[in-house]
Each structure stands twice: as C-alpha cells, then as structure tokens.
Design a protein around this ligand. Structure first.
Ligand SMILES: Cc1cc2nc3c(=O)[nH]c(=O)nc-3n(C[C@H](O)[C@H](O)[C@H](O)COP(=O)(O)OP(=O)(O)OC[C@H]3O[C@@H](n4cnc5c(N)ncnc54)[C@H](O)[C@@H]3O)c2cc1C
Length: 415
C-alpha cells in the first residue's frame, strides 16, 4: 500500500497546477485521473489567460435580452426546458449576484487571483518547455452598437481602480490590430494585459510532465473510491490503494459526484459550452482571441485552426449535446470574419463548473478533516489553475497565503 503526503483527485489544469506547487514544496504527491491528463474541460476552452477580466458574466438585466434567451433566439445562451426546475435555485442566486453592487464586490474579491494569473503561468510555461504556446497579445471584445459600448461604465471604472490597461477603439482602430475582421461592429475594447494559449491541452500535459519530473506520480483511478481509512483517506487506483492524510478535490464539473454522497451539497451548476475548429478563407488570420459580445461567442487562433467557442447552455452535465447556439451565431460570425470550411469533424462539449457568485472554491472542505477543495472555476479555470495551485500550496504548508482565502471558502454557502 503506497502512502503519500497528498492525493490530488482530477488531472485537469487545476489539479495538475496544484500538483506542481505541492511537489515544489517537497511533498510526495499522487495525482489520480480516470481519463487522460487535461483531456476534459481543460482541453476545449478558449485558451484565454484572462488576467484582465474585470466583471463576471451577469444574468440578463434587460427584458429584451431575457426574452431572446427564453424564446431560444439568443446565441449567447441556451437551456434545456426539462432542466430549468432543477437549476432554478441556482439561477435565482446568480441573478441576485448579478446586481451592480454585488457584481462589483465579486470583481474586487476575485481580483487578487486574476492579478497573478498571467504571472503564475509564465514561469510554469518556461520550466515546462511550453512557452511556445503563450501569446502575450491581449484579447479584444467587439460591440455592435454604441449602446452596448456605453453600458461599460462599471467595467471601465473598475479597470481604472485595478490599474488595468485598456484601449477603447472604433472599428478602424480594431482593424489595425486584426485586419481580417470586417467592420460590422461599432466599437471595441482591447485588453493588452491578457494572454492566450494556442493549445491548452498541450500546456496541461507539459505541466503534468514537469510534475512527474519533480517527483509527482500520476495514476489511473476513480476518485469515487475515496474513503476514510484510519485517521486519513484511501483511494483505489489501477496501481493499488493509496493512503494520505490530505486529499485535494480538483474534479471540475465532476466534483459533486464525490462530494454529494459525503453529504457536502454545494450549489454548483455547469454552464455548458461548445467548440468547433474552422479554416480561415483567403489567408485571413487572427493574432488573439476576439469576442463578439452581442453574439456571446469567441474566435481564437489555435494550433488546430480558428477555434469558435460558444456562450453558455444550462442543461444537465451529462445530457446529450445540443449545439444549437452554433447555428444561431454562424451568420454573425460569417459577417465578421472570413470563416472557411470545418477543420474538425466533431463538435466538442465541455462544462464550466460554476458557483452562482462566480467565485471559485479554494480551501478546506467543511467537516471533512484533511479534505481540500479546488473547484468551481467556471469561465476561468485555465486562467486561475496556477494561481489556485499557489494559494492552496501556501495554505496546506502553513505559509502566509498571498491573499485572503476567506472569499473562496466553502463556508460562504453553508451559513
Ligand atoms: C467553451 C469553454 C470555453 C472556456 N474558455 C476558457 C478560457 O478562455 N479561459 C479560461 O480560463 N477558462 C475557460 N474555460 C473554463 C475552463 O476550461 C475550466 O474552468 C477549467 O478547464 C476547469 O479545470 P478543472 O481542472 O477544474 O476541470 P477539468 O479540466 O474538467 O478536470 C477535471 C478532471 O477530473 C477528472 N475526473 C472526473 N471524474 C473523475 C473520477 N471519478 N475519477 C478520476 N478523475 C476524474 C476528469 O477526467 C478531468 O480530467 C472555458 C470552458 C468552456 C466550456
């Protein structure tokens, strides 16, 4: 029977990043993954390291926007009708957290994590030999009406408060950065401090290889076999049982499969999202991720081609894919960028593991000695993986955490 200082459950970007921080602190670590490293949510995302993210997504505030979603006309959001009763409490909590004062509070509480996001990735990319995937070219958001642009006051105010650089552009200014975009939009905001990756899967794999080089062990196993053993924990793996007093849950959207049977019911919902890859027509290209805010979609250059990612879909995590948002947004995308034929034959579906207050959960699991949580990273798991690893590493080894971890504690939902 093997014994380690820590067991990490889940080999996505969050689990792998935590593994790196723990082995660097001299701990022996086993990372338990049932599929391939980085092949789930951490594979198909948009690859943005959103260091300059200011506001979390909000519940629609205008009746028109809500009606478009309700009548399934919107490309930015979709839902499965049969799932609505189940997700209704989460949606109500999300709507409450979307009020301007609450959303500004969330923005400030999440800021310490976002502020270090790019800075935590950079050294890991270098030491893992993966720096070639990093683009420090920012990202750009496009607005199709002056009205939409004028609604950004809170975002601009907070950006100023946080000292974040941004450039307000008209269509011609935006086309100087991205000449292949057609001027179907009125305004744009360029956020130069964001970065992006051209292959998130390759990066997570490179971090895992670095983890192994530093002595970490990756084993195949099912996290749901975790059980109490003596004063600690044991998980069964293909290599046999592994014992440890410390276990970190980094199972992304699958965390409830383990936690709910233990009696830890947390308000996590998934915001599903899709991607497809396309070729660009006639030598068109992109240098950075671009968001068409009205359509709620993003296009970004990846090694596989131009990756299109969609907004959110509220449906059961394991329900069959329904990529209707892609059909709804394609006319807008074709008008914006000379998109060519498909560069893949499969539409990818992933699930953003999300809490209604748009904060991740990083810290001890209440009432479960030795169990730690690193879950609920929603739209920003790629961004926040390494910084989550740092925070948890500092907390577990008794160092002074670089920021106050209280806003990310599970207790906020258990009062
Ligand atoms: C369309 C889309 C676009 C996105 N774009 C961005 C972006 O641009 N920037 C950004 O920062 N974030 C983005 N995200 C969010 C980001 O991808 C996620 O927040 C992040 O990948 C979550 O990482 P994770 O390690 O928590 O989860 P995962 O990557 O899902 O890892 C969890 C791991 O646990 C494993 N697992 C599950 N159950 C078990 C079990 N029983 N036993 C053992 N192992 C198990 C899984 O196989 C998986 O490997 C996007 C998400 C989507 C869907």
């Amino acid at each position: 029977m093997a014994r380690t200082d820590a067991i990490i459950l889940g080999g996505g970007i969050v689990g792998v990043s935590i593994g790196l921080q723990l082995v660097k602190r001299g701990m022996s670590v086993a990372l338990v993954e049932r599929a391939g490293i980085g092949e789930q949510t951490s594979y198909g995302n948009s690859g943005v390291i959103e260091g300059s993210t200011v506001l979390p997504p909000a519940f629609p505030s205008s009746l028109t926007a809500l009606a478009r979603v309700a009548f399934k006309r919107a490309s930015e959001a979709n839902y499965h009708l049969s799932f609505l009763p189940k997700v209704a409490p989460w949606l109500l909590a999300f709507r409450a957290a979307s009020q301007p004062d609450r959303i500004a509070e969330t923005s400030r509480l999440n800021r310490p994590l976002f502020a270090r996001a790019v800075g935590e990735h950079e050294p890991l990319l270098l030491e893992s030999g993966a720096a070639r995937y990093l683009r420090k070219t920012g990202w750009m958001k496009l607005y199709r009406s002056e009205l939409a642009f004028d609604a950004l006051t809170l975002e601009f105010d907070l950006a100023r408060e946080f000292g974040l650089p941004l450039e307000r552009l008209d269509a011609e200014g935006a086309r100087k950065l991205e000449p292949s975009l057609n001027p179907v939009f009125k305004r744009a905001v360029f956020w130069p401090a964001a970065a992006s990756l051209s292959n998130p899967l390759a990066v997570t794999r490179a971090y895992a290889a670095r983890f192994a080089k530093l002595g970490g062990v990756t084993v195949k196993g099912d996290a749901r076999t975790l059980h109490r053993s003596g004063s600690g924990w044991r998980v069964e793996t293909d290599e046999g049982g592994i014992d440890s007093s410390e276990v970190i849950v980094a199972l992304g959207p699958w965390a409830p499969d383990l936690l709910e049977p233990m009696g830890l019911k947390l308000p996590m919902a998934v915001k599903r999202g899709y991607h497809r890859h396309f070729k660009a027509k006639g030598g068109a290209s992109l240098s950075r991720p671009v968001v068409d805010v009205a359509g709620g979609y993003l296009i970004t250059p990846m090694e596989q081609g131009i990756r299109l990612t969609t907004g959110v879909e509220f449906a059961a995590r394991d329900a069959a894919p329904t990529p209707v948002q892609i059909d709804r947004l394609m006319p807008a995308l074709r008008g914006l960028f000379p998109i060519g034929e498909r560069a893949d034959d499969k539409t990818w579906l992933g699930s953003r593991p999300s809490f209604p207050d748009s904060r991740p959960m990083i810290g001890r699991a209440p009432g479960q000695k030795g169990l730690w949580l690193a879950i609920g990273h929603a739209h920003w798991g790629l961004t926040l993986g390494p910084v989550t690893g740092r925070l948890l590493g500092e907390m577990m080894s008794g160092e002074t955490p670089f920021c106050d971890p209280v806003p990310y504690a599970a207790e906020r939902f258990l009062a």
